[in-house]
Design a protein around this ligand. Structure first.
Ligand code: TYD
Length: 207
């Protein structure tokens, strides 16, 4: 596959969407074709699944939750991301399988390895070329969200301990695959973070 698959990860309110927007603008200005996606909800089917998994009233069993994210992911990769990569485009995506390992594996305590296996089956083994992890202390994330929004989704509404496990899960993943991950402190300025991302992407593009 000739394209480049870049994913952004981090706790809720870590600034992923701001960084994604800056990265996409820069790539497009330098003449690249960029496809933007996100999980959950990068496709029409994904939007329906997103509504269920984030806003359904009432219980969703942890394994059912993990499988809804996996279904969204399978469809997004098969119908949107793989075709884009095969065309040679750059895909910039908000969240991917590392979110499932961190939120369902570590947060919901389903076990990271099994959750990762489910995602790899769902995507026929597709891993990103680069994953940017915007690392944010769990207390700081909630503070930022509270400033900007009044309605929490099902995952955001979880307790601080849940988000602590999510953060630890992410850092563990980054430690296992240091060549795929770029870990940045989400408390840095927007500009410092976007500069660091750009430098890493430039290096990948010149390879
Ligand atoms: P997102 O739309 O990225 O929300 P935010 O802007 O708050 O980061 O993601 C929605 C929620 O879904 C978020 O709380 C993380 C959660 N999530 C999982 O639990 N597992 C997953 O596999 C994915 C992709 C997201």
């Amino acid at each position: 596959m000739a394209g480049l698959f870049i994913t952004l990860e981090g706790g809720d309110g870590s600034g992923k969407s701001t960084q994604s927007r800056i990265l996409v603008e820069w790539l497009e200005q330098s003449g690249r074709t960029v496809v933007v996606s996100r999980e959950p909800g990068g496709t029409d089917l994904g939007l329906e699944l997103r509504e269920i998994v984030l806003h359904r009233r009432g219980e969703i069993a942890p394994r059912a939750e993990a499988l809804i994210y996996a279904a969204d992911r399978a469809h997004n990769i098969a119908t949107k991301v793989r075709p884009a990569l095969e065309r040679g485009d750059i895909v910039v995506q908000d969240r991917y399988l590392d979110s499932s390992v961190a939120y369902q594996g570590a947060g919901r305590v389903l076990g990271g390895d099994e959750v990762r296996e489910v995602s790899l089956w769902a995507t026929e083994g597709l891993l990103p070329d680069l994953t940017v992890l915007l690392d944010l202390h769990e207390d700081a994330g909630k503070g930022r969200l509270a400033d900007s929004r009044t309605r929490y989704d099902r995952l955001e509404a979880e307790a601080t301990e849940f988000h602590g496990r999510v953060r630890a899960g992410y850092l563990e993943l980054a430690a296992v695959e240091p060549e795929r991950f770029l870990v940045l402190d989400a408390r840095d300025t927007v500009e410092a973070i976007s500069d660091a991302i750009r430098a890493r992407v430039e290096a990948l593009l010149s390879n």
